[in-house]
Design a protein around this ligand. Structure first.
Ligand SMILES: *Cc1c(COP(=O)(O)O)cnc(C)c1O
Length: 366
């Protein structure tokens, strides 16, 4: 072990850096002038709301001023949108920051965190950062949540239980019924973090949703983001709704200016844009219908409630490389999902290009 490795915190040594989908700068560098179909980061192909862009333009002259440290206008807009109080809302530099803040607030070395498997990697990253232990609770064969599996993994060291609904990368949801049962049986020392990053795309009427009642009991933290449906991934804004008592602790460690001026304005404006929301959902729904064609030629397509779909091709890495040859970027490499690629719903012509490529690959391999 090097001196440096001995001097950094032990918890850091076990952390693998986050592997993001290729950024557009990287894509431009690697593909030159070639058109690239970017279906790898669950971004909104519609783009941002016009209202958000206008809000940014009218705020630009003010960027020599620090932002509002408490993001009051944005938190007020979010609170009204969900019918909760402003002090029940925390905003962050993406929900990634909110996950980190929750981890820093709750977790000590030796504490346990339950996460679904497979799922979004940031829950475990937050736990590792604090030296906590992660227990992965596998989804069922058909990628559904198994409440009893979570319940039986709880110990007296369990602090946080994460659920992602719809889950990234499977697109499957937690039902309201399953959630109620979980909350009724869960010991009072376990807090539940529900990540609703994709829930605005979901149509399943039985799914859990963010309501004032959900967070009333003080044990549920509901995460949301402006990065997906709202098309503001580049600005970094996310939020969470929970009891104000939880946020009293989190505010002690939050960086004072964690959400920048442009992001605060744009997010508040985007929240008001019903037209953009409707159009974005519609595009996603149409895309999802198109991907149904893959099932006809024998691909397993996991039924998804999100703006992405995971498709079993047998060898995700190989499919990733093959699609890359055609300038189509998808996501691979979720632990336990090595046979799959995850594809974001794009514009109609982008979906068509990706589907045609996969149809062609299926005839080549059979
Ligand atoms: C993309 C994503 C987020 C959003 O993260 P931001 O930091 O807000 O961009 C959160 N949770 C899941 C499951 C995601 O896939």
């Amino acid at each position: 072990m090097t001196t440096l490795a001995r001097q950094v915190r032990a918890a850091i040594l076990q952390i693998q850096p986050y592997v993001a989908g290729l950024s557009d700068d990287t894509v431009r560098q690697q593909f030159g002038g070639q058109a690239v179909v970017k279906l790898n980061s669950n971004e909104n192909a519609v783009g941002p709301s016009r209202l958000a862009i206008e809000a940014i333009l009218s705020e630009l002259e003010q960027i020599h001023h620090y932002p509002d440290p408490s993001s009051d206008l944005l938190r007020q807009a979010i609170a009204e949108f969900h019918g909760v109080q402003r002090d029940q809302v925390l905003v962050g530099n993406g929900s990634d920051e909110v996950i980190r803040l929750i981890s820093e607030t709750f977790l000590s070395e030796g504490d346990e965190v339950l996460v679904p498997a497979p799922t979004f990697s940031q829950y475990q990253a937050g736990a590792f950062l604090m030296g906590a232990t992660v227990r992965r609770i596998p989804l069922s064969q058909d990628f559904q949540y198994d409440v009893d599996a979570f319940l039986s993994a709880v110990t007296n060291r369990t602090k946080l239980l994460y659920l992602c609904s719809p889950n990234n990368p499977t697109g499957t949801v937690v039902s309201q019924h399953a959630l109620s049962r979980l909350l009724a049986q869960l010991p009072s020392h376990v807090f539940v973090v529900l990540d609703f990053a994709y829930n605005d795309y979901a149509r399943d009427e039985t799914r859990a949703v963010l309501t004032p009642k959900l967070v009333e009991g003080g044990r549920v933290i509901a995460l949301q983001t402006f990065s997906k449906l709202y098309g503001l991934a580049g600005l970094r804004v996310g939020y969470a709704v929970a009891s104000a008592a939880i946020w009293d602790y989190v505010h002690r460690i939050r960086e004072p200016f964690n959400v920048n001026r442009l992001a605060q304005r744009a997010a508040a404006a985007a929240l008001m844009d019903d037209q953009h929301r409707t159009l974005s959902r519609l595009l996603c729904e149409r895309g999802m219908d198109m991907y149904g064609r893959l099932a006809d030629v024998g691909y397993v397509v996991i039924p998804s409630q999100a703006n992405f779909v995971s498709v079993r091709t047998g060898d995700g890495e190989r499919t990733y490389q093959q699609l890359l040859q055609e300038g189509i970027l998808v996501r691979k490499g979720f632990a336990g999902m090595e046979e799959y690629v995850r594809i974001t719903m794009g514009l109609e012509e982008e979906n068509e290009q990706c589907i045609l490529a996969l149809l062609r690959l299926s005839t080549v391999s059979s």
